[in-house]
Structure formats: C-alpha cells, structure tokens
Design a protein around this ligand. Structure first.
Ligand code: FAD
Length: 467
C-alpha cells in the first residue's frame, strides 16, 4: 500500500523546503523526501560555510580601512575561531533545526533516497533497507539539486580531488591549493583559504577571464586584486589544465596545456555543476537520467503529460542560485493549487554576488548580452569610491558601478557593482530591473546621504548630462 499525499517533494534542500512550505501554506498534505541533510548544499557545503569562511577577512579589511579603528587591530585572523564559527553556522552538519522547521509546518519528512516510479509515484529507499511507496494526488516536485562537475582533464577522475564539500568543510588550511575553475566558487574559495593561511594558491580558468559570466571590468578588477594578494591567476590558454597526476594522498601535480607545471597539497575542482538526476527514476516517466530537467515557465517538466511533475532549483538548470531556487519553489507551490503564475525573474533579473575582495554584485543583462538581444543600450559608470559616503565608509574604497540602460524604454536592464560591501547595493538594482522602473522615477528615489548608494544619482547624471 502506498502512503498518499497531495504533494511529494524529492530533495530537501533550500528549494525543496520552500516548495514544501508553500504547499503547506495552501493546506496541502506534503511529504518531503531527503537522502542526506535537510537544508541541502546551501546550508552545509555551499553558501553558508563559504560565506562564513570569507566574512572574517572582509571584516578585518573593512576595519583596516578606517583610521582610528585600524589601530585597534593588533593581530591577524584567528583561524581556529573562524573555523569554529563556520562549524556553528553549519550547525556542525546536523540538520536538527531544519527538521524542527519541517515538523513545525506539519510536512512529513521521509528520510531516504527517492526515485520516481511512474506517474505520481515515488519510492523511497529508507535507511533501514525498507522501501516506502508514496503517491501524490496533485504533484511531485523534483528538487534534487546539483553536484560538482568533473571536467575532461586527463587523470582528474583517477586522483583524489576536493569538491565544494571538502573545501567548505576543511578542518585546516592546506599549505598549497590548486583551484581548477575561476567562477564564483573557485574565486571565493581561493581568496578564503589564502586569507586563512594557505601560502600558495594557483587559480586556473580555461576561459579568457575570471568570473566569465560577469562584466569584463569586474573580472579585471578581481584579477588585479588577487594578484596583489599573492594568488597566482592563470586564464585562457595558460589556464587550461592538460593532465593531473597524484600518488595517493601525496602532492598533486598539474600540467597545463602550455607546459607549465604546478604541484599543490590539494586540488579543488570548481568547474561547474551537473544535475543530480542519475538514479532518480526519470526513465519511468520517459525522461533521460543524468540530464538537466527541462521545465516551462510554470516549472512543469517538459515532455511529461498530465501536468503533475515539476522541477525547481538547480536541477532544472535555469539559475543555479539558492534565492532563485526558492523563488521557483514558491511559484511551484502556487501553481499546484491552480494559480496562473509564471517564473520570469530567473531569466531576466537574476541577482548574484561573488563575495570576493572586491565583491562583484550584478543583476540583469551584461552589456554584450543586451546588445546581442538587439537593445539600443547606453552604459554609464561611476567609481564606487567617488561619493561622500565612501569617504566616510573607509579609505581606499575601489571599484566600479555600472548601469546598462535601454535607451528606447529608458529603464535599467542591467547593473554591476564592484567594491567592498556592494552586496547590499544590489537589491535596489534588482527592483529597478525586475520592476522596469522608469529612469524618470529613479530620479525621485533619492539616496540617503552619506551612503555609497549616492552613486545612483551620479550614474543618472552621467546618463542625462554626461557629467
Ligand atoms: C561553494 C558554493 C557556494 C555557493 N554560494 C552561493 C551563494 O552564496 N548564494 C547563492 O544563492 N547560491 C550559492 N551557491 C549555489 C547554491 O548552493 C545552490 O543554488 C542551492 O544549494 C540549490 O538548492 P537546491 O535545493 O536546488 O539543491 P541542493 O541544495 O543541492 O539540495 C538538493 C537536496 O536533494 C537531496 N537529494 C538529491 N537526490 C535525492 C534523492 N534521490 N532522494 C532524496 N533526496 C535527494 C540532496 O541530498 C540535497 O539535500 C553556492 C554553491 C556552491 C557549490
């Protein structure tokens, strides 16, 4: 006999939790199936621990920028205390608080590995070896997330490597670290561990710049900062690893395509993600295992009849960020009860922050993307430090603020901010982009003085008067 629910959610990461939560708000009976820790990657091996590792050096740098306060800093980072805080932030990799939340919303947590078993059916291999059969009268939501991808570098699959789980939960700084991949994860972790004592960090990106999805100026500023901090950055042809060799736990040797050779204590593979869709029973509903699950804007899985199967979060490949997965999950919960609501922000107004030094925060279209889309765009820039608020905030605030403006409609379609603390400037831009707020109205959105947000005014002046 199968246990019957209105909704079965497979995967209890941030997306699955939010889908379950929204379905419960609508009064539906929900089972949440989780094979590891409720809370998923973000809570234990991604966003939260990575930011916990980065924040102390950021805080220290912020204080050092303020004469008077800087003098109070007489020591260096206490690495053991940083790691203790990281452990506390991950609740020591114990999901009891998240389980309390699931209990609190009165969803049923089913511990085990879930697998689709045909239309509206899910089978869960439980820890005691038994199989529990579930049926969903209204919907099954797949929210199984993603895993670290392994790029096709000779020897890489045969040696011991670190992925995001190892690097975010490491108990001590390796003496040397080779980072394969210069996206957000690679850049953040290179700087985090360098600040925590890893003497030699080599960061290799096969494309021609770090953070290839960001504006080129942001990549340039980050590369310059990293190099001045003593991190070796290799991009393009000199950033392509050709072969990796390692004997057991010994040092890893990386031979680059251009012949350069590096050795390091550990190698972090941070070269993208792959969907967690192997062994998920996708073939029982006519889908191919191992692939991203394609969805329409209602988050319904394409190619499956009946409108009962949804996929949200990393697993659908639309926008691999916690907040966008949660956004999709809220929509799924509403669509299941018949609301006609579509996801669109996850392809038009995706905010993202690289918590690097300098931070890179962006939303919406990049300049090239806007031009490729046929928009007639104006690009305005202002130095992050060239406002009174920055002078008060600290010495040497460097970075760039940029708006991409659609000239025909006079709305902001993209924004990028670099510099310390710009993470908190991003949401204003997200509102402007998602809300298509006319520039005429933004003129009346007066930034408080003296804040760094005053750059908004300078950017408008630059656009209107070329100042
Ligand atoms: C190092 C790192 C740092 C990051 N930092 C940020 C950040 O600062 N901000 C941000 O927005 N994003 C960040 N991300 C991305 C973010 O972690 C993901 O977008 C987010 O975790 C996706 O959530 P999800 O619920 O879709 O998937 P996941 O968090 O992967 O959750 C999926 C869950 O499903 C479970 N599961 C899988 N298969 C099954 C099955 N068959 N049965 C039962 N359970 C199953 C898994 O155990 C897991 O708990 C970061 C990623 C990395 C790697």
């Amino acid at each position: 006999m199968a246990d019957e629910f209105d909704v079965v959610v497979i995967g209890g990461g941030s997306t699955g939790e939010n889908a379950a939560g929204r379905a419960r708000e609508h009064g539906l009976a929900v089972a949440l199936v989780e094979s590891e820790l409720v809370g998923g990657e973000c809570s234990y091996w991604a966003c939260m621990p990575s930011k916990a590792l980065l924040r102390p050096s950021e805080a220290l740098a912020a204080v050092r920028r303020v004469p008077g306060a800087a003098q109070a800093v007489t020591g260096e980072l206490d690495v053991a205390a940083v790691l203790d805080r990281r452990d506390a932030i991950t609740a020591h990799w114990d999901d009891k608080y998240q389980v309390q939340w699931v209990d609190g919303v009165d969803a049923e947590l089913v511990r085990g590995r879930g697998r689709l078993a045909g239309e509206r059916r899910v089978e869960v291999d439980q820890r005691d070896g038994s199989t529990r059969k579930l049926t969903a009268s209204k919907a099954v939501v797949v929210a199984t997330g993603s895993l670290a991808a392994i790029p096709p570098v000779s020897g890489l699959r045969d040696v011991k490597t670190w992925d995001n789980r190892d690097i975010t939960s490491a108990e001590e700084a390796p003496r040397s670290l080779f980072v394969l991949g210069g996206g957000v994860v690679g850049c953040e972790m290179a700087q985090a561990w360098h600040s925590l004592g890893t003497e030699t960090v080599i960061l290799a990106e096969a494309l021609d710049r770090l953070l290839p999805n960001e504006e080129p100026f942001a990549s340039g500023e980050l590369t310059a900062a990293m190099e001045s901090q003593g991190i070796t950055v290799r991009t393009g042809s000199s950033g392509r690893a050709g072969r990796v060799d390692r004997e057991g736990d010994g040092p890893v040797a990386v031979t680059m395509d251009d012949g350069a050779r590096f050795t390091a204590d550990e190698i972090l593979v941070a070269a993208g993600r792959r969907p967690a869709t192997e062994d998920l029973g996708l073939e029982t509903v006519g889908l191919e295992p191992g692939k991203w699950i394609e969805v329409d804007d209602h988050l319904r899985v394409r190619g499956v009849d009946g409108g009962w199967l949804y996929a949200a979060g990393d697993v659908n490949g639309r926008a691999l960020l916690t907040h966008m997965g949660k956004y999709q999950a809220r929509i799924v919960g509403d669509v299941i009860v018949g609301k006609d609501i579509e996801a669109w922000a996850d392809n038009r107004a995706v905010p993202s922050v690289a918590f690097t030094e300098p931070q890179v925060a962006s939303v919406g279209m990049k300049v090239q993307e806007a031009r490729d889309a046929g928009l007639d765009v104006a690009v305005v820039q202002h130095a992050t430090g060239a406002v009174a608020g920055a002078a008060v905030f600290g010495k040497g605030i460097e970075g760039t603020c940029q708006l991409v403006i659609d000239e025909d409609r006079e709305v902001v379609v993209g924004a990028t901010f670099t510099g310390p603390g710009v993470q908190e400037m991003l949401h204003a831009a997200t509102i402007a982009v998602a809300g298509e707020v006319p520039l005429e109205l933004i003129w009346h959105s007066v930034p408080a003085f003296p804040t760094i947000s005053e750059v908004w005014l300078r950017l408008l002046e630059e656009y209107k008067y070329g100042l």
